[in-house]
Design a protein around this ligand. Structure first.
Ligand SMILES: Nc1nc2c(ncn2[C@@H]2O[C@H](COP(=O)(O)OP(=O)(O)OP(=O)(O)O)[C@@H](O)[C@H]2O)c(=O)[nH]1
Length: 517
C-alpha cells in the first residue's frame, strides 16, 4: 500500500474497485470451500444417521454414532476455514501488487462512478494536487473537488473567474474528444484524458507534460523571434522546395520583385532570377549551395536587378527545403558603373590633348616607357614617327590662330586614320608622334608614307607656304630594338634628328634614322 506524502496527514484511501475482479475470485473460492465443507458435513451426518438408525434397529446405543459423526464434521469445518484463510491471503497479496503497480504509474489515475463520485485514485493524483489532499474522499463529487481546487488557487486559469471556469469544466466533463491541457501550480502542465466507461462512470488519467509544454513554448518563442527577423529583414528571403518552387517569401522579397506573396508562392525561382547566364534552363537550388552567387533578376515591371544570392539547405527527418537570401545591389552596381565611367573620363582627360582629342604628351611619355620596356623584354622593334606641320607659323599668320586650331584638328584626324590601332599623340605645338610597337623600319616607313599621302590628298590650303600644294608634313623616323642600359629618350633623339634632317632637306618628306635598315 502506498504511503501519503510526509507533509500530508495520514489517511486511509478508499479500497479500489479494480480489485473487484479479484474479489470475485475470492467469492468463488469461498463458495467452493464452503460447498465442499457442507457436502462433507451432509455425507458424514447421513452416514451417522444411517449408522444410528441401524444401531437403533439392532437395539444398540446411538449416542456413539452421533458423537462419531460430529468429529469429521468438525475436521471438515477446520479445513474449510484454513482454505478460506489461505485464499484471502493470496487475494490480499494480488490486490497489494496491483495497487503498487497503479501507484507506480507516472500518470494519475482516478475513477468516478455514474454520479461522478470518486471511487478510487492513485498516489500520483495527490502529488499533482497536494493542496487537495483532504478533499480526496471516497464518494466525494467531482464538482465539489473541482470547485475546491479552483477556489484554493490550484488552477491558475480559473483565478478571478472561478464560477465561470467551473461551469465550463463541468460542461466539458467526459465530453472531450481531444485531451484537455491544464496549467496547475508551480507552472506545471497536465494533459487530462477523461473517458466514459460502459457503466456511465469516468476514468481520468492526468499526465505531467510540463517539459513538453515548456519545450513547445520555447520553440514558439524562437519561431516568433525568427519570424520577426524574417519580416523585418531588408534582404529578400525565400524558402524553396527541392525543385526550386517558392514556398514562403518575406515582404522584402515582394518589394524587390514587385509580386505579391500569393503570386510568388508556387512559382519557380527562375520567374524572378535569370538562369540563362548560368547556362541552365531552370535554377536548381542544390546547385546554388556553397558560395555566394551574383545573378541578374527581373522586377515585375521589367527593370533588371543585380542580385547577390546565398542558398542554405534545411534537411531534417521530415523536411527537405532550401532557404534563399537575396541582396539587391542594383543601386551599388549603378554607382560603381558611374564611378568607373567618371574615372575613365578623368583618365582620358588627363591623357588627351584638349584641342585635337588625340593623346597628349603625358600619354606619349607613358606609352614610350611601356613600349621601350616591352621591346627590351621581347627583343622586338619599336618604331617612332615624329610628324611636324611645315611652315605653321606662316599658316597662323596667314589664316589666323582659330583657323590654325582647325587645321591642327584636321591634320590630327587624318593622321589618326593612317596609323590604324596605334595611338597618335600631340607631341607639342604643331608636332605629332606615333609609336608603333613590334613594327619594323619598313612597315613604319609605309605608315609614314600613308600620312604624307593622306595630307597631300586632303590638300588643306596654306596661303603662305613656300611649298606648293597646301599644308605638308615633315616626318622623322627611327626604329630600334631596346638594348640594356638605353632608355626611350634615345629613340626620340634619333627620330628628332631625322625630322630635323627632313626640315633641312626641304620639308614635305620622310627621313629615316640612318641606322634603320
Ligand atoms: N593655332 C595654333 N598655333 C600653334 C599652336 N601651337 C603652336 N602653334 C604655332 O605653331 C608655330 C610653330 O612655328 P615654328 O616652330 O616656327 O615652326 P614652323 O613655322 O612650322 O616652321 P617649320 O617647322 O620649320 O616648318 C608657332 O607660330 C606657334 O604659335 C596651337 O595650338 N594653335
Amino acid at each position: 500500500m502506498s504511503s501519503p506524502p510526509a507533509t500530508a496527514p495520514v489517511r486511509r484511501r478508499p479500497r479500489m474497485r479494480w480489485a473487484a475482479a479479484l474479489r470475485g475470485t475470492q467469492d468463488l473460492l469461498l463458495r467452493k470451500g464452503m460447498g465442499v465443507l457442507l457436502l462433507l458435513c451432509l455425507l458424514m451426518q447421513l452416514a451417522c444417521f444411517l449408522a444410528g438408525l441401524h444401531a437403533h434397529a439392532q437395539g444398540e446405543p446411538v449416542l456413539g454414532w452421533a458423537i462419531a459423526g460430529m468429529v469429521p464434521g468438525l475436521l471438515a469445518a477446520v479445513l474449510g476455514l484454513l482454505m478460506l484463510f489461505h485464499g484471502r491471503r493470496q487475494i490480499q497479496r494480488a490486490y497489494d501488487q496491483l495497487e503498487e503497480a497503479i501507484d507506480a504509474l507516472p500518470a494519475s489515475v482516478e475513477i468516478f462512478d455514474a454520479e461522478d463520485r470518486l471511487v478510487a485514485y492513485n498516489r500520483k493524483l495527490i502529488e499533482i494536487y497536494p493542496h487537495m489532499w483532504g478533499a480526496f474522499d471516497r464518494g466525494a463529487s467531482f464538482a465539489e473537488m473541482a470547485r475546491a481546487s479552483a477556489f484554493s488557487g490550484g488552477v491558475p486559469e480559473a483565478r478571478g473567474r472561478e464560477e465561470a471556469w467551473l461551469a465550463e469544466r463541468l460542461a466539458q466533463r467526459g465530453q472531450q474528444v481531444e485531451p484537455l491541457l491544464q496549467r496547475v501550480h508551480d507552472n506545471k502542465w497536465l494533459r487530462i484524458h477523461e473517458q466514459r466507461t460502459a457503466s456511465g462512470g469516468i476514468v481520468g488519467v492526468r499526465m505531467d507534460v510540463s517539459d513538453l509544454v515548456q519545450e513547445q513554448q520555447r520553440l514558439a518563442a524562437s519561431q516568433a523571434h525568427l519570424q520577426a527577423v524574417i519580416l523585418a529583414a531588408r534582404n529578400a528571403i525565400i524558402t524553396l522546395d527541392t525543385d526550386g518552387h517558392m514556398l514562403e517569401v518575406n515582404p522584402a522579397c515582394e518589394a524587390l520583385f514587385g509580386y505579391t506573396a500569393g503570386e510568388l508562392q508556387g512559382a519557380h525561382l527562375s520567374m524572378v532570377l535569370d538562369a540563362s547566364e548560368r547556362g541552365e534552363a531552370r535554377l536548381q537550388p542544390q546547385l546554388l549551395l556553397g558560395r555566394q552567387h551574383e545573378m541578374n533578376g527581373r522586377h515585375r515591371g521589367g527593370i533588371g536587378l543585380a542580385l547577390q544570392l546565398n542558398v542554405a539547405e534545411v534537411k531534417t527527418a521530415t523536411t527537405h527545403l532550401f532557404v534563399c537570401i537575396i541582396a539587391d545591389f542594383t543601386e551599388r552596381k549603378r554607382q560603381e558603373l558611374r564611378l568607373r565611367h567618371a574615372n575613365e573620363l578623368l583618365a582620358r582627360q588627363t591623357t588627351t590633348d584638349g584641342l585635337t582629342r588625340v593623346g597628349n604628351r603625358r600619354l606619349f611619355d607613358e606609352l614610350l616607357r611601356q613600349g621601350w620596356q616591352r621591346s627590351q623584354q621581347h627583343a622586338q622593334p619599336l618604331s617612332l614617327l615624329l610628324l611636324d606641320i611645315d611652315h605653321f607659323k606662316q599658316y597662323n599668320d596667314c589664316h589666323g590662330h582659330v583657323a590654325g586650331d582647325d587645321c591642327l584638328r584636321r591634320v590630327a584626324s587624318l593622321l589618326q586614320s593612317c596609323v590604324n590601332e596605334a595611338v597618335l599623340c600631340r607631341y607639342g605645338g604643331e608636332e605629332f608622334a606615333v609609336l608603333l610597337e613590334n613594327v619594323d623600319a619598313t612597315e613604319a616607313r609605309q605608315v609614314a608614307q600613308r600620312c604624307l599621302d593622306s595630307l597631300r590628298l586632303a590638300a588643306i590650303p596654306h596661303g603662305a607656304s613656300p611649298l606648293r600644294g597646301g599644308v605638308t608634313l615633315s616626318i622623322g623616323h627611327a626604329t630600334r630594338v631596346a638594348q640594356p642600359g638605353e632608355d626611350g629618350g634615345l629613340l626620340v633623339e634619333l627620330a628628332d634628328a631625322a625630322l630635323y634632317a627632313a626640315k633641312r632637306n626641304g620639308r614635305a618628306r620622310l627621313v629615316s634614322d640612318s641606322r634603320c635598315a
